[in-house]
Write a protein that binds this ligand. Structure first.
Ligand SMILES: O=C(O)[C@H](O)CO
Length: 395
């Protein structure tokens, strides 16, 4: 057991550095000792965070915490607010307080002079607080900003890095629930679940119509654009639905990985668009993927095809999508992301019948949000201890 858990921490650092020898050297003896201690406790921790695909990272969190505790008071962590629309979840506060002295933006702004030289880390929850030059200038001891998700498009990475501040995201925590959301949208859209539910519960319904016909998912072709860890998990799920899987990605997966999910690589995105019954967008938002799907790409899709977006709204040219849905260029769309979020209430997308929109539900499960906070805490503690950050993001 000890070996397994100790390996997990080493593996996390190894993954971050790409260097097993360095990882071995970087582990402080106190850390290893604490890992040993931890392995004797129950592994049923509510906070069972994983640093890597197969590792439990709590060892990393508690060990690093021990080191900080030995040196004195808890490091100060700035969050936007607690609870509310854009605040860290109340249920996570106890865990955060075990590792940090937590202050909110309100407290910070109220006594900026006192706090500015104390804040060492920021935990962004749902993209807040906004990180701009003014905030960065007011925090001379800030070491790290941890994001509560995988997408970093809301941050000016170059600006943050120019202040010597490190950044990290939470890719492992989010992948399964985001992939589940993608599949849920695909299935709900194909089988007209929302329409069906409305009919089933409507006070006007006297009998169920036989013509609420959907699209068969079994045997259909799914084109996945973006085959990172979320894209790959979608392929795993789609395989179980006996779908034919095409994918397009900057880097081709290994033959073994392709074989495991039965995915066929399309060098050209055009080939994928022309052949797919469902096109799922799973890319990060970057200058290269901004409006990746526009009028031309929509016209390449089959008129019977459905576009599913679980990445970021601006990956799709929304005006072109409205037109394509209104004129039957494609059959339907299912979007967990739009721009802005939410859409203005009079937006033309909201008036269409062949669309399904959800409120950025991707990561929203109790377990995933807890794992995100754990992944963020491990990232922050590594940064504050001068250790390689498990999920460091570079500009
Ligand atoms: O980026 C992510 O992981 C989610 O969309 C939450 O922001």
């Amino acid at each position: 057991m000890f070996r397994v858990k100790a390996f997990c921490l080493i593996e996390a650092i190894h993954l971050a550095t790409g260097c097993p020898r360095l990882a071995g050297r970087l582990i402080h003896p106190a850390v290893v000792c604490h890992v040993h201690h931890w392995t004797k406790r129950s592994t049923d921790s509510m906070w069972s965070y994983r640093t890597g695909p197969n590792s439990s990272g709590e060892a990393g969190v508690s060990a690093l915490q021990t080191k900080i505790m030995e040196q004195g008071e808890l490091p100060v962590l700035l969050v936007n607010e607690v609870g509310g629309v854009r605040g860290v979840l109340k249920a996570h506060v106890e865990f955060l307080k075990k590792h940090f002295h937590l202050i909110t933006m309100k407290e910070f702004l109220k006594n900026k002079k006192h706090w500015s030289k104390k804040v060492q880390a920021i935990y962004l929850w749902w993209h807040k607080p906004i990180i701009d030059r003014e905030l960065l200038e007011s925090l001379p001891d800030l070491k790290v900003i941890a994001n509560s998700g995988v997408g970093m498009d809301h941050l000016d990475l170059k600006l943050i890095s120019s202040f010597g501040v490190k950044m990290a995201n939470a890719p492992h925590a989010v992948s399964s629930s985001t992939a589940d959301t993608g599949m849920a949208l695909l299935l709900a859209s194909a089988r007209r679940l929302v329409e069906g539910c409305q009919t089933a519960v409507s006070p006007d319904t006297e009998c169920f119509a036989d013509d609420l016909l959907g699209d068969e998912v079994t045997g259909a072709t799914l084109g996945i654009i973006g085959m990172g860890s979320i894209g790959y998990k979608i392929a795993l799920r789609a395989k179980a639905f006996e779908m034919k899987i095409l994918y397009h990605n900057r880097n081709r997966r290994t033959e073994e990985e392709e074989r495991a999910v039965g995915a066929i690589y399309c060098t050209k995105i055009e080939d994928l668009l022309q052949q797919s019954d469902f096109v799922m967008l799973v890319v990060s938002l970057t200058p290269q993927t901004h409006k990746l799907i526009g009028k031309r790409e929509l016209e390449l899709m089959k008129p019977t095809a459905t576009l599913i977006n679980i990445s970021r709204g601006p990956v799709v040219d929304q005006d072109a999508l409205v037109e394509a849905l209104q004129t039957g260029v494609i059959k339907a769309a299912a979007l967990d992301v739009t721009y802005p979020e939410p859409l203005p209430r009079d937006h033309p997308l909201l008036k269409l019948k062949n669309i399904l929109i959800t409120p950025h539900l991707g990561i929203k499960t109790d377990k995933t949000t807890r794992m995100i906070t754990e992944e963020a805490v491990a990232n922050i503690l590594a940064a504050l201890n001068g250790l390689p950050i498990p999920n460091e993001v570079f500009p």
